[in-house]
Design a protein around this ligand. Structure first.
Ligand code: GAR
Length: 189
């Protein structure tokens, strides 16, 4: 790969895939999406990717176990020539072995202002805490859940009448802006 070639990015999803769509829409000289992979063969985002002509890989770990599943995923990523992995609503924990294989080349988008609210139910927790703002963060994936270096954040003010759903909707719009912008910077660095 010459320094002027776009980076090859594989996007991992588990569901709707709206962040994956935002990443695909922003493809260009910085990166190309070479694979959309899912641990859920019924993920809505996979159907969208297929209609867009993107390469897809779908495999459930159910019945084969985590090690065989991740080995097959790793093989698919390498066959696609991926340089980087972007987690986009991928709701399964990657093993330490997998993270080590791709060290420094996996990023994730998380719906909170990290380091606050790692894990699930981030918007409800931000509202319950009385925070003035919620938001989203893009970070490097390490063995620690939602714990790697933060590459970028976007803040969204919390309104008095917000519930987790209304806040999530406004944060999601910011996710769609933040993720492609941060990914472009990350693969250029
Ligand atoms: C997004 O809000 C993303 O930040 C979150 O899941 C949603 C996926 O939506 N990810 C996590 O909670 C990861 N822990 P999408 O499938 O429409 O991109």
């Amino acid at each position: 790969m010459s320094s002027s070639d776009p980076a090859k990015v594989a996007v991992l999803i588990s569901g709707r895939g709206s962040n994956m769509q935002a990443l695909a829409a922003a493809q260009g000289p910085e990166y190309q999406v070479v694979l959309v992979a899912s641990d859920r063969p019924d993920a809505a985002g996979l159907a969208w990717a297929r209609t867009e002509g993107l390469a897809t890989f779908a495999l459930s770990p159910r019945g084969i176990g985590k090690i065989a599943y991740e080995d097959a995923l790793d093989a698919a990523l390498r066959a696609a020539g991926a340089d980087y992995i972007a987690l986009a609503g991928y709701m399964r924990l990657l093993s330490d072995t997998f993270v080590a294989r791709w060290r420094g080349r996996i990023v994730n988008i998380h719906p909170s202002l990290l380091p606050r609210y790692k894990g699930l139910d981030t918007h409800a927790r931000a509202i319950a805490a009385g925070d003035a703002a919620g938001g989203c963060s893009v970070h490097v994936v390490t063995e620690e859940l939602d714990g790697g270096e933060v590459l970028g954040r976007a803040e969204v003010p919390i309104r008095a009448d917000d519930d987790a759903d209304t806040l999530a909707a406004r944060v999601l719009a910011e996710e769609h802006r933040l993720y492609p912008a941060v990914l472009k910077e990350f693969v250029r660095a």
